[in-house]
Design a protein around this ligand. Structure first.
Ligand SMILES: [Zn+2]
Length: 279
């Protein structure tokens, strides 16, 4: 499943391709993905110019100019891929691919959304509805934006008995920190993933916040982690998987203390950690 670094990688790849280009046509190949796609509101985007692409959590927001300043909200779901292809506007468009569900035609750029499992989403959000939209309203703090630091983590973790890793992955508190990055951040901060969040010291919160930022930034720099289904904007895979210290490395030596990496399971999710140096 694409996580925040993969989505940010897609955003960075797609934005320079689409910014300043006018949407000429939009085609839906089916009425719904995870939810129905609002055809009338989507067709209202035709003729508008894309002014940029932002990201909120794992949602991409394709900004358009004109009345209401609407955005197309795109979620990749479990297996979604947003492909941006260079094409010749004078030639016929390519055949629809298997599992391709919608297209946006920007003349010399064609955006194609391919999603075999159809957990993705496409919606339209007016600028004034951005904090109240049902998918955007419940989202917590962005980890790479101002406001995320040790003081924030210390404040939200007080009196919490839940595991530190669970808190990091709670999207109402902090968005975009999935299972891989939560395990890696706990290792970098030398904190056991199962530690009760309320027991974290301020110094540990500082280390953890820095670790979350580092691990996400490193993954973005590497173009995403790229396990199974995800590929980026031009279908090039990311390489962060090689840099993981603990994730999917059970039994291997810890890069810091040479202890054996352990794997435990909580609620169906694997957690990887080192008993030698994480306390
Ligand atoms: Zn260790």
């Amino acid at each position: 499943m694409p996580e925040l670094p993969e989505v940010e990688t897609v955003r960075r790849g797609a934005e320079p391709q689409l910014r300043g280009r006018r949407l000429l046509e939009l085609e839906l190949h089916r009425p719904d993905l995870r939810w129905p796609m609002p055809e009338a509101a989507l067709r209202d985007l035709i003729g508008r110019r894309c002014t940029g692409i932002d990201r909120r959590s794992k949602y991409l927001l394709l900004r358009f100019d004109g009345a209401e300043s609407p955005s197309a909200l795109v979620h990749l779901g479990m297996t979604g891929r947003l492909l941006v292809e260079v094409c010749d506007p004078g030639r016929p468009r390519p055949e629809w691919r298997r599992h391709e569900h919608w297209r946006m035609d920007f003349g010399d750029r064609l955006v194609r959304f391919v999603d075999p499992r159809r957990f993705g989403a496409l919606d339209v959000v007016a600028a004034r509805d951005q904090t109240t939209h049902k998918l955007l309203a419940p989202l917590g703090q962005e980890p790479l934006e101002p406001g995320f630091d040790g003081a924030f983590l210390h404040r939200v973790s007080r009196r919490r008995r839940s595991a530190t890793k669970t808190l990091l992955m709670d999207g109402h508190v902090l968005v975009g920190v999935g299972n891989i990055y939560a395990s890696e951040a706990c290792w970098r901060a030398a904190v056991r993933p199962r530690r009760a969040a309320g027991s974290l010291t301020r110094a540990e919160c500082d280390r953890l916040a820095a670790a979350v930022r580092e691990v996400l930034s490193a993954a973005i720099d590497a173009g995403g982690t790229s396990f199974r289904d995800y590929v980026g904007v031009h279908e090039d895979a990311g390489f962060f998987a090689r840099e993981l210290a603990v994730y999917e490395r059970a039994g291997a030596p810890c890069p810091r203390c040479r202890g054996a990496i352990r794997r435990t399971t909580d609620g169906g999710r694997s957690t990887y950690w080192c008993a030698g140096c994480q306390t």
